[in-house]
Write a protein that binds this ligand. Structure first.
Ligand code: DAH
Length: 341
């Protein structure tokens, strides 16, 4: 094999190696082997000194041509691989900037809040005003103005958290009846949802903190028929179906006559369970005609005005509505419970 053939053979061998090289490292290895200082082509030029001048010239020219060709091929192959690698990277790291950000998971309203808002919407549509009252209340509004004097046994029905300054955590939303009448006067149609507090033993159906929704309508010639109409409208809207109810006489000093409206327990369908204390019925809606004494305490003339009032157990209603059998779940903060609503 003469020198020219050797050079050509090396050339084609490197071209073939380069075609097979699939990484930048492999390309670099080909470059070192072919064009490096100790590479195959450099080895050849070391022997040029022994050649006659004419031959040396042509062999040198041929060698340079091969070197340039290999250099060009190396660069081209490298660029090729780099752009393939870039394409793959772009593909794998592709990010759709127009897609909505993942962000925090959407939350949901507490079940009591959902029921509360639904009832607010209903009563607003019936012309009622939604009122708020303070959770820290005076003895006057929580008891006296509601016709519950200090020595009255009805006070013992509501175990009270007393504050050191003589005020208390309201035991019911009824004080807002008086505050509402004082502020807005008759005629008045109002509801007052809110948190109330009782110092009592906690169990599946009793909490120290729960929600009520007070309602009152004061106008001229209000009767029990008005009361029943609004209570029926309320309950069919809340349960989206007919619920079995019963009315019993009930005693509350701020109404006369007073009633206890019970619904048949939806959890056990009347069979008896912890929520209904095995009775099959749940006290849901105490109500009655506003006691004239309360009107007087509120600065309203009972000769001119009268009305009805009711105190809905909002928390208990949410339990019935969603089939929740333990009242303590509401304030547990347990996300497994809350995420269901
Ligand atoms: N405030 C009473 C309670 O918490 C409930 C109540 C009864 C409210 C009769 C009323 C009513 O407005 O008319 O036990």
């Amino acid at each position: 094999m003469d020198l020219d053939q050797t050079i050509s053979a090396l050339h084609s061998a490197f071209v073939a190696q380069l075609d097979r090289a699939s990484t930048l490292e492999a390309i670099e290895a080909v470059r070192v082997e072919a064009l490096g200082r100790k590479g195959k082509l450099s080895e050849i030029s070391k022997n040029f000194g022994k050649l006659p001048p004419e031959e040396r010239k042509t062999a040198g020219a041929r060698l340079n041509q091969v070197k340039q060709d290999l250099e060009a091929r190396l660069e081209a192959r490298k660029a090729d691989l780099q752009s393939t690698a870039l394409d793959a990277q772009l593909e794998s790291e592709w990010l759709d900037l127009t897609a909505p950000a993942p962000g925090p998971r959407p939350g949901s309203l507490h079940p009591v809040t959902q029921v509360q808002r639904e009832i607010e919407d209903l009563f607003v549509s019936l012309g009622f005003t939604v009122l708020d009252g303070p959770e820290v209340e005076t003895e006057f509004y929580n008891f006296d103005a509601l016709n519950i004097p200090a020595d009255h046994p009805a006070r013992d029905m509501q175990d009270t958290f007393w504050l050191k300054d003589g005020r208390l955590l309201r035991t019911h939303t009824s004080p807002v009846q008086v505050r509402g009448l004082e502020k807005l006067g008759p005629p008045l149609k109002m509801i007052a949802p809110g948190r109330v507090f009782r110092n009592e033993e906690v169990d599946p159906s009793h909490e120290h903190t729960f929600y009520q929704l007070e309602g009152m309508m004061v106008d001229r010639d209000v009767s029990v028929a008005h009361l029943i109409y609004f209570m029926k409208t309320l309950l069919s809207a809340v349960f989206h179906r007919d619920v079995t109810v019963r009315l019993r006489p009930g005693f509350f000093p701020f109404v006369e006559p007073g009633f206890e409206l019970d619904i048949q327990c939806i959890i056990c369908a009347g069979k008896g369970c912890p929520v209904c204390k095995q009775s099959g019925w749940v006290e849901l809606l105490p109500c009655g005609l506003v006691n004239p004494a309360v009107l007087r305490y509120s600065g309203v003339d009972p000769e001119q005005w009268n009305g009805f009032a009711f105190g809905l157990g909002l928390t208990r209603l949410a339990m019935m509505r969603y089939g929740i059998d333990d009242i303590r779940l509401f304030s547990s903060g347990d996300l497994r419970f809350l995420r269901q609503f």
